[in-house]
Structure formats: structure tokens, C-alpha cells
Design a protein around this ligand. Structure first.
Ligand SMILES: Nc1ncnc2c1ncn2[C@@H]1O[C@H](COP(=O)(O)OP(=O)(O)OP(=O)(O)O)[C@@H](O)[C@H]1O
Ligand SMILES: Nc1ccn([C@@H]2O[C@H](COP(=O)(O)O)[C@@H](O)[C@H]2O)c(=O)n1
Ligand SMILES: [Mg+2]
Length: 268
């Protein structure tokens, strides 16, 4: 089994010059600054490349993960999908998981991490896209403790609530949590438990915020820019990406009712 205590140097250091305001769906106050330095090596340690994919319910995580898999060959692990599979297999935790999902709450971290661990350890892949995880600080701490690893990068699909609710209610996949009552609860859980984790990764310089409004292809263009920057570490060969721009929150602190995020605009 692979083990690693991830210690990743930041991709880039800021040489911010231009500063302007930018507002996200969750009232992040963002100061965007431009830098001209180019990330060279994202990861230095052993173990697989890990990308966490976060965002509220219906923000488009699964949709974009499918495109990332198709374009860059990462192995997609959806925490929600693993939990639903566990329910379907009538495991000892099945009923508890089902009731938790119906309530829009978070399944105990040990259960979710052990499902992710099983998938990672039985895979030959060296590049994982972990979708819908970590949903809480407890999830995050359990992953670090059990897996001895941290994500290399974190994608955050930032979407207004009204849009997320519309998408979920129109999804039509027969999910037990795709109803207005559960979606409302999931949004509350997202704000209370997941946003702090997102901010944690922003402070660690690992967060890439994607504007999740637009067509699937428009949104994927922003994702493409992130992966273009990772070309050296992923061994990817992506033509036509010489000059792209992406937004990367570099520092966050939480006020009483606002989050403050400073964002580096990476030009490369
Ligand atoms: N950019 C988009 N514009 C319109 N609809 C979209 C877009 N992206 C995804 N959708 C649709 O919105 C619904 C939710 O998308 P998806 O399942 O990818 O979200 P998710 O973030 O994985 O949600 P969850 O956390 O509930 O699993 C799906 O029906 C999907 O087809
Ligand atoms: N880390 C996680 C991920 C998911 N859940 C539960 O599953 C539900 C559906 O998750 P999706 O990612 O498919 O939206 C979610 O609302 C949680 O109830 C979890 O507990 N922990
Ligand atoms: Mg999903």
C-alpha cells in the first residue's frame, strides 16, 4: 500500500500587482491579483496524485468529473456513489447510510474513508479524482489520519443556490435525496460543514475555484486550464494551452458573516 505524508510546496508565489474585487456565489470577497510566475512541479512526494472535487449539491461535480476522466484519465471516485453502492449491496451499514442520505446529513467519516481507501488500494491508478469528499472537517481529518495523505489540489465548483436547486430537481436519476426538502437540508449542511473545509484548502493554497454557471463546456474550459498547469506532474500532453488564465484562492479568513478570499490569477 502506498503511504505518504504530503508536503507540497505551493505552485506559485504571488507577485500581485493588479487588485480588483470579485464576488462569488457564497459572498466570498475576493481580491484578485495577477502573477507572472509559472508553476513548475506540483507534487514531489510518492503516492498518487489526489484531486478533491467540492461544491454544493447539483453544482456539477459529477458532470465535470466525467469530462476530466475522459480528457486526462484520472480515476473517478465519487464518495456519494460509493455510499449508494454500499446501500445497494445490503451491507451492515446500508440502512444507516440510506437514512443519513435521506436527511442530507454526513455519513460517519470512518465509513466513507474506508470505502475510498478500498477503492484506492485496489486500483493501479496513480491519479485520483475524489468527488464529494471531504464534506466536513471530520471527513478531512479522517482521510489524513487513515490514508496518511492530503490532496494535491482541490477544485471548488462555485454555484448560486437557486441554480443548484434547479439542477437537482431536474436531475431525474431517481436519487432519494433529489427532492426539495432534502436539497434544502443539504445546502445547510454544505454551508455549515463544507465551506469551512473549502476555506481551509484556500488558506493552504490548494484551492481552484471554478465558476460553475454556464454550459458544461464553458465550465470545463476553466477546469482544462487547471489541468494544463499540472501537465508536468501528471505526465499529460495537452496541446494548445500555452496561454491560459485561472483563479486560485490563496488565502481565506472568516469574518462574522463573510468569507474573505484573496485570489491569485495565474497566467501561463
Ligand atoms: N453547467 C450545467 N448547466 C446545466 N445543467 C448542468 C450543468 N452541469 C450539470 N448539470 C446537470 O445538473 C444536474 C446535477 O449535476 P451533477 O450531478 O454533475 O452535480 P453534482 O455536483 O455531482 O451533484 P451532487 O452533489 O448532488 O451529486 C445533472 O442533471 C446535470 O446533468
Ligand atoms: N463525503 C460524503 C459524501 C456524501 N455523503 C452523503 O451522500 C449524499 C450524496 O452525496 P453526493 O456527493 O452524491 O451528492 C450526501 O448528501 C451525504 O448524505 C456523505 O455523507 N459524505
Ligand atoms: Mg454528484
Amino acid at each position: 500500500m502506498w503511504r505518504r505524508a504530503a508536503s507540497l510546496s505551493p505552485f506559485i508565489s504571488s507577485s500581485g500587482s493588479l487588485i480588483r474585487n470579485h464576488q462569488t456565489a457564497y459572498n466570498f470577497k475576493i481580491w484578485e491579483s495577477f502573477t507572472t510566475e509559472i508553476p513548475t512541479q506540483v507534487k514531489g512526494g510518492k503516492g498518487p496524485f489526489i484531486c478533491f472535487v467540492l461544491g454544493g449539491p447539483g453544482s456539477g461535480k459529477g458532470t465535470q468529473c466525467a469530462k476530466i476522466v475522459k480528457n486526462y484519465g484520472l480515476t473517478h471516485l465519487s464518495a456519494g456513489e460509493l455510499l449508494r453502492r454500499e446501500i445497494a449491496s445490503n451491507s451492515e451499514y446500508g440502512t444507516t447510510i440510506l437514512n443519513t442520505i435521506k436527511e442530507g446529513k454526513i455519513v460517519p467519516s470512518e465509513v466513507t474513508v474506508s470505502l475510498i481507501q478500498k477503492e484506492m488500494e485496489s486500483s493501479d491508478s496513480k491519479k485520483f479524482l475524489i468527488d464529494g469528499f471531504p464534506r466536513s472537517e471530520e471527513n478531512r481529518a479522517a482521510f489524513e489520519r487513515i490514508m496518511g495523505a492530503e490532496p494535491d489540489i482541490v477544485l471548488f465548483f462555485d454555484c448560486p443556490e437557486e441554480e443548484m436547486v434547479n439542477r437537482v430537481l431536474n436531475r431525474n436519476e431517481g436519487r432519494v435525496d433529489d427532492n426539495i426538502d432534502t436539497v434544502r437540508k443539504r445546502l445547510q449542511v454544505f454551508k455549515a460543514l463544507n465551506l469551512p473545509v473549502i476555506n481551509y484548502y484556500a488558506r493552504r493554497g490548494k484551492l481552484y475555484t471554478i465558476n460553475a454557471v454556464g454550459t458544461v463546456d464553458e465550465i470545463f474550459e476553466q477546469v482544462r486550464a487547471v489541468f494544463a498547469a499540472l501537465k508536468p506532474s501528471l505526465g499529460l500532453d495537452i496541446p494548445g494551452m500555452e496561454s491560459e488564465m485561472l483563479w486560485r484562492p490563496a488565502f481565506t479568513s472568516q469574518g462574522d458573516d463573510n468569507f474573505f478570499v484573496s485570489v491569485q490569477a495565474l497566467c501561463f
